[in-house]
Each structure stands twice: as structure tokens, then as C-alpha cells.
Design a protein around this ligand. Structure first.
Ligand code: PHE
Ligand code: ZN
Ligand code: ZN
Ligand code: ZN
Length: 317
């Protein structure tokens, strides 16, 4: 309505209904939905019925993106355990926490898998174009036949697992926090949550429910009924005083103060120096990575993959 540019509406994705990404000049657009973001993800804070007066000043381009998929040569492929992490970042920064952290932990587990034999086949996925709207995982799941869907026992997702001001979040597969994607949570997602809880318990680490809203690559999987779970140490959300008492760190600051920013890198340049020095009082940081969170969560990833690939019948028959 009055917009000169191209509008992409990411409708139909769990948790993303009504999100609009604008490419080009959207001046005069009347907003039909709650959220309006620029293509860079900037929240333009529009309310339904408001009129947008922005000019997004860049040229759209088309690029090819890839998923990287690798699977064990042994194990029952009729009961495949999948684990994935997105490999792309936003344009603004290197994406070392979002999502170098998940990608690297997944790769290390894949490498170490040569030492173990599991009952289930394990398929690893490094997704492309997550930041553009879950495009890689949507494409992958969209191409699966009904038989192929039925052969995936479960999917584990790792997107941001070493946030500098971290909390240990487990996707809330039993929806005890009421943050579930609208519709239907595949049965079995609660049992996956239990596996991660048992891991943190075994390490004496605190943990909490985190949103199971579909805001990452597990969304397309739960949309076709595949049980899912995963880990998340926090993005733009703000750490509470209670969480700081549990995990350390700085209350009132974002879990990842460099979320979708230039300073989500390994060198640390561009950081809010005062804030990151405050974090260093409690934590070892390398650039935008919390070393303790990465250490624990890389083990959690490996433990969950191996536990569930040893007995995925606890999740999905
Ligand atoms: N998918 C979000 C991103 O890549 C991060 C995120 C993961 C947010 C999980 C909420 C839950 O920017
Ligand atoms: Zn991101
Ligand atoms: Zn991410
Ligand atoms: Zn829960």
C-alpha cells in the first residue's frame, strides 16, 4: 500500500507471523502487523495501522546460500537423530556467538563421533540463510518426503550457545513457560528437554526454560511434527537480578550485548569496554564468546546427541 519497494512477508513460520522485511523504499506503507523490521533486522517499532515513514537506502541483491549436511555411515537410518546449527551471520558482524558458537560445537561433536557407535544414524546440518528467515532449514524440510520425515526421530538445534552474559536456556519442550509456537508441540520434545536438564544437573550447572517459539531452525521441523529441542544462552534479552545470582554476570545488561552487531567477533573490537570489563570480573571471555558457557554447552551438545542416538525410542518410538 503505497510502498515503492519490495516487501517480503515471512508469514506462516512459527513465531514469525506478520514479520515484514523491507527491501527498498517502504515510505507510506500502512502497517498491518505488530512487528516491522528493516532487512537488517532493525525494529522500526510500528504498531498495527501506523504509517511507516522510512527510506531503506540500499540495493537488493540475490545470493545463493548452502546447507552443509553430513551423516554417520553406521546406525539405523530409519530412526535418524538430526542436530543442526546455522552457519551464516547477519551482515553487520562476524557472528562469532551467533552462530559460530553452535556451528563450532556441532563440528567438534561430528569429528569426535568417529570414536563412538550409536544405534541411530546421526545427521548433522549446518544451515545457510537462517538470518534471512530460516531459509536453509525451511528449504531442507520442504524437500523431505513423508517417508523421510518419518525417519527423523528428532532434531536438536544450537543457535547462540556461548553468550558473554549467558544463562543456560533449554528449549521449553513441555511448554511449562507458555512460550511455545502457536499450534502444536510434537510429543517427545519434553523428553529432549529432560535429557539436557539431566546433563546440566550432572555438572551442577543451573539452567532454565527458554522460548520454544520457532525463532530458529527447529521451527520448520516442529511444523511437520518432528520432536525438537536445543540450547540458547540469550540474545537481546536482559539478564535479571535472579539470573545474575545464579549464573554471575551483569544484571540489567543483555545476555549478548553484541547481538547482531559488529562486535559479535573474536577480537573484541567495537565492544562496550566498560560493560565487557564488568563481565570479565566474573567470566573468561574471548572476543564475544563466554569460554565457560561454550565449554559446558559443547559437552551438552555431544552428550545429548549420543544419549538420544543411543536410545531415541524414549522420544519417538
Ligand atoms: N534465531 C535468532 C538469531 O539467529 C536467535 C535466537 C535463537 C533467538 C533462539 C531466540 C531463540 O538471531
Ligand atoms: Zn541471529
Ligand atoms: Zn542465530
Ligand atoms: Zn519446560
Amino acid at each position: 500500500a503505497g510502498a515503492a519497494g519490495v516487501i517480503i512477508m515471512n508469514e506462516g513460520q512459527p513465531g514469525r507471523t506478520g514479520l515484514i522485511n523491507m527491501i527498498g523504499d517502504a515510505t507510506g506503507l500502512t502497517v498491518p502487523a505488530v512487528f516491522v523490521t528493516s532487512a537488517a533486522g532493525e525494529n522500526l517499532a510500528a504498531t498495527p495501522g501506523a504509517t511507516v515513514t522510512v527510506k531503506v537506502d540500499f540495493t537488493a541483491e540475490t545470493r545463493e546460500a548452502y546447507n552443509v549436511i553430513a551423516e554417520t555411515t553406521s546406525g539405523n537410518s530409519a530412526n535418524t537423530v538430526m542436530a543442526g546449527a546455522h552457519l551464516d551471520s547477519v551482515q553487520d558482524g562476524a557472528g562469532i556467538n551467533d552462530n559460530g558458537s553452535g556451528s563450532a560445537a556441532l563440528l567438534e561433536t561430528a569429528i569426535q563421533m568417529k570414536k563412538v557407535k550409536t544405534n541411530s544414524a546421526v545427521r548433522f546440518a549446518w544451515w545457510g540463510a537462517e538470518e534471512e528467515g530460516l531459509l536453509g532449514s525451511e528449504h531442507y524440510v520442504g524437500e523431505l518426503t513423508d517417508d523421510e520425515i518419518a525417519q527423523i526421530a528428532l532434531y536438536l538445534n544450537f543457535d547462540m550457545i556461548a553468550s558473554p552474559n549467558y544463562m543456560f536456556g533449554i528449549y521449553d519442550g513441555d511448554n511449562s513457560s507458555g512460550t511455545a509456537a502457536p499450534g502444536f508441540i510434537p510429543p517427545g520434545s519434553a523428553e529432549i528437554e529432560d535429557v539436557f536438564e539431566a546433563f546440566y544437573d550432572s555438572r551442577g550447572e543451573p539452567y532454565q526454560d527458554t522460548e520454544f517459539s520457532g525463532r530458529s531452525d527447529y521451527g520448520p521441523f516442529i511444523a511437520v511434527g518432528i520432536p525438537a529441542g536445543g540450547l540458547f544462552t540469550g540474545a537481546e534479552g536482559v539478564k535479571t537480578a535472579d539470573e545474575a545470582a545464579l549464573y554471575g554476570g551483569v544484571p540489567g545488561a543483555a545476555y549478548d550485548p553484541c547481538y547482531h552487531a559488529f562486535c559479535d567477533n573474536l577480537r573484541g573490537d567495537g565492544q562496550n569496554v566498560a560493560l565487557y570489563n564488568q563481565l570479565r570480573a566474573d567470566y573468561e571471555l574471548v572476543g564475544n564468546i563466554n569460554v565457560h558457557a561454550l565449554d559446558v554447552n559443547a559437552d551438552a551438545l555431544a552428550a545429548a546427541v549420543i544419549t538420544l542416538a543411543t536410545d531415541s525410542s524414549t522420544v519417538n518410538g
